[in-house]
Design a protein around this ligand. Structure first.
Ligand code: SAM
Length: 531
């Protein structure tokens, strides 16, 4: 009887939806992002989420942050049943849809809040946190958002999630972040959103959020050639995730074409791979995928000019890194000490000069113990070093994973000093750069608090011939903006930014080719090798 009643209400909903759509010019629907979710798709999505939650999981507190006429609520009633829905809330800006949703669904237990979701969610008296969100947020593009509103949204998203949203992002990016912050920990969400973010720079922060902050279970992209759901879905993706940190070794299922229940292509992708991938629409890597491609091909990047590698991990800086003067005092032979830079916090300069023996001319001169002699030889020949090594036991240094698998345990990874370094962790918003580039003219290496940039072929040859051009290279690296660095890097709660070697490598190096046009053909040749 209830099912019968509900299907009549769903029929009424569909005719009300069509009637409202017909009264609105396309431009207005576009501006407000008003393209309703076809009911069969809403049911498919609800069913898929149900398969994750499992029937046993108790009651559902449903929310849709932009409810429209309530396609998702209707699907939720069908799939989960009224009894299981402990509460249900929908937010809607447009008074016409708001009234329609109340009229249709109030009796079925839906509370409809009229207003802008981004304000409702920021309000102290917002509705209680849901544990299930099904949403098709407004697709409003960034140029339809006015400047003050965009800045408010950026501040709010940052405050509630620690994510710095790029100004080119559409409204749906803010919706997803804010609604997830609102949702209960452990809750499930399904979002029908444009797939554009998967490939563009402004989507980087959202992609990071999806790989690092929630457990992304599924990303299903519709086939543009598949007309089953009409034009509005041609470039859409359904994301399904759980609000919990991803378990280690987690893989997300990327599917393409067909339906959610029966996709045409499917591939499980590890989070590591996703984090490394600039473009997500290339997944699943299946011939049926319309975006299946191996190359990014967007002009020269830093990786065309540098091999970027994290600095060395000593296994215990406190033990292996010493003040140079202290090491000398202890009688540790200079031969087994390599100059190493202090942590970025203690490095005040961005150009490091060298003294006669290659040591950096900086306030705190440090060195790292690096010796390949077996212990009995050290004991016989180098009492100062031997005595120092004996202090490791009490500090538990040898129990560490890295130190434990080294032979001998005080031999470091062998690395050449890099002429350029980049700090890899830092804060900074707007124009302030979170990371610094350093020109290193000394023989010092860096710890893993730095990324080391080793010039490749053409650039390396030029610098050998004209070492003074290091200053130009440093100046060009200094032109990389804070936005670019943050766009490629990742941000953690509280606004701490980090950047990985591959992410730094993806930053545009177009200014290098402008400065030295002779590199253009070399970069192109390298790119062709990978096509
Ligand atoms: C893409 S439609 C989806 C509607 C419904 N969830 C569905 O799936 O059919 C987006 C809805 O968001 C509403 N909307 C636009 N801006 C909004 C805002 N700032 N806050 C809440 N709702 C908004 C629109 O009026 C529209 O009804």
């Amino acid at each position: 009887m209830i099912a019968q009643c509900h299907s009549t209400t769903e029929e009424r909903r569909q005719s009300i939806q069509s009637a409202i759509d017909a009264t609105k010019p396309a431009a207005e629907r576009n501006r407000l992002g008003q393209f309703a979710t076809p009911y069969p798709l809403a049911v498919d999505i609800a069913c898929y989420v149900e398969s994750l939650i499992g029937r046993s999981r108790g009651s559902i507190r449903f929310a849709d942050p932009s409810i429209g006429s309530g396609s998702f609520f209707s699907a939720a009633l069908t799939v989960y049943g009224r009894k299981r829905m402990e509460s249900a809330v929908g937010v809607e800006l447009d008074p016409v849809f708001c009234e329609a949703a109340r009229d249709l669904w109030a009796d079925a237990g839906l509370e409809v809040v009229q207003g802008d979701f981004s304000r409702v969610v920021a309000n102290g008296s917002r509705p209680a946190a849901p544990n299930l969100i099904l949403a098709n947020p407004p697709y409003v593009r960034h140029h339809h958002l006015d400047r003050a509103d965009k800045e408010r949204l950026q501040r709010l998203a940052y405050k509630m999630t620690g994510v710095e949203v790029n100004g080119l992002a559409g409204l749906y990016v803010y919706f997803l972040l804010l609604a997830t912050a609102w949702m209960e920990d452990g809750g499930y969400a399904a979002w029908l959103i444009p797939s554009e973010f998967m490939d563009v720079n402004y989507g980087t922060a959202l992609k990071r959020f999806l790989t690092d902050r929630v457990t992304l279970t599924r990303a299903h992209r519709f086939d543009p050639d598949d007309v089953q759901f009409g034009d509005a879905l041609v470039s859409s993706v359904v994301l399904v995730f759980r609000k919990s940190p991803p378990p280690s070794g987690h893989e997300s299922e990327f599917t393409f074409g067909g339906t959610i229940a029966e996709p045409h292509a499917c591939e499980r992708i590890s989070l590591e791979r996703l984090r490394e991938s600039r473009k997500w629409t290339g997944y699943p890597g299946h011939a049926k995928n319309d975006r299946h491609t191996l190359s990014d091909g967007n002009g020269p990047t830093l990786s065309d000019f540098f091999r970027v590698q994290r600095g060395i991990a000593t296994g215990c800086n406190k033990f292996f890194v010493l003040e140079r003067a202290d090491a000398k005092r202890r009688g540790i032979p200079a031969k087994y000490l390599r100059p190493i830079l202090p942590s970025p916090r203690h490095l005040k300069v961005t150009v490091i000069d060298a003294d006669a023996d290659g040591s950096p001319v900086i306030d705190r001169q440090l060195c790292v113990i690096d010796c390949d002699l077996p212990e009995h030889v050290v004991e016989q020949r180098h009492p100062g070093l031997w005595e120092y090594l004996q202090t490791a036991e009490a500090l538990g240094v040898k129990d560490g994973y890295l130190v434990g698998k080294r032979m001998p345990w005080y031999k470091q990874e062998q690395r050449e000093p890099a002429p350029f370094l980049c700090t890899y962790m830092g804060r900074g918003s707007d124009d302030k750069r979170p990371f610094r580039f350093i020109w290193n003219r000394s023989a010092a290496i860096g710890t893993n608090l730095y990324l080391m940039l080793y010039p490749l072929s053409g650039l390396a040859a030029m610098l050998r011939k004209h070492p003074e051009r290091g200053a130009d290279v440093h100046e060009l690296l200094g032109r990389v903006t804070g936005h670019e660095l943050r766009g490629e890097g990742r941000v953690y709660g509280g606004g701490l930014n980090k950047i990985e070697p591959s992410e730094l490598g993806r930053i545009s190096a177009a200014p290098f080719v402008v400065r030295w046009p002779e590199f253009e053909s070399a970069v192109q040749r390298q790119a062709e090798l990978f096509v």
